[in-house]
Design a protein around this ligand. Structure first.
Ligand code: FMN
Length: 196
């Protein structure tokens, strides 16, 4: 398969991700990034939600919305794979019809994995967004907008699924705490989102 724009810039050619260790787990800070977003953040991503392999929801209890390759290009400015946090919003419309329930239309906190998913040995660099909200329906084919505001940790390889699940749970807690700071929270009502 051909190289995507981000792959061309993120010159980590499917690196050997470091193995997650017990020391890493214990040393994880519960807040990530400076008190206010610093350049290149905020980064705006937008695109139509695609099907991934579907393991996120089933295997990991963490459903993710995948963005198409061309939508990941703005992430080339960060040049590193790993876990990011920010806000995202799903458009209520699909094929010209408004079908997303009212309660699923807000701007939600999110965690995003940008990487090769070494645990699953993927062949392509992907951007998967987990929105921290209990959706009534899936939203494949809907337009999604995301504002990436900070970086949490590098992508790791795991010897067990449980280790990955535990780190994703920690990522969510770190993201929520990091976003609760005023300089981050204000992006929830940013003009890229539809807040009418
Ligand atoms: C917050 C978050 C952090 C993740 N961190 C890693 C990681 O460190 N290593 C890894 O191999 N995969 C990581 N993943 C990716 C999962 O392996 C991925 O969601 C899984 O491959 C499911 O993808 P699928 O829905 O396309 O099947 C992470 C996913 C999320 C949402």
């Amino acid at each position: 398969m051909g190289e995507t724009a981000v792959q061309a810039i993120i010159k980590e050619e499917r690196p050997d991700a470091p193995l997650r260790t017990e020391t890493f787990r214990r040393a994880r800070p519960d807040i990530a990034g400076p008190d206010a977003p610093e350049l290149p953040f905020p980064i705006v991503l937008s695109g139509t939600v695609q099907h991934g392999f579907g393991r996120g929801g089933k295997d990991l209890g963490c459903p993710t919305a995948n963005l198409p390759d061309e939508s990941i290009t703005p992430m080339s400015s960060v040049t590193r794979t790993g876990v990011y946090y920010g806000y995202a919003q799903i458009s209520p419309e699909k094929n010209g019809q408004t079908i997303l329930p009212e309660k699923d239309r807000n701007v939600m906190p999110m965690v995003m994995s940008l990487g090769w998913n070494p645990f699953y040995k993927n062949e392509r660099l992907t951007a998967e967004i987990h929105l921290m909200h209990d959706f009534d329906t899936d939203f494949y084919g809907h337009h999604m907008k995301a504002l990436v505001l900070g970086y949490i940790r590098p992508e790791l390889d795991y010897t067990s699924r449980e280790g990955l699940i535990e780190d994703i749970e920690t990522d969510k807690r770190v993201a929520l705490k990091s976003l609760a700071r005023p300089a981050y929270e204000k992006f929830k009502s940013d003009s890229v989102f539809d807040t009418t």
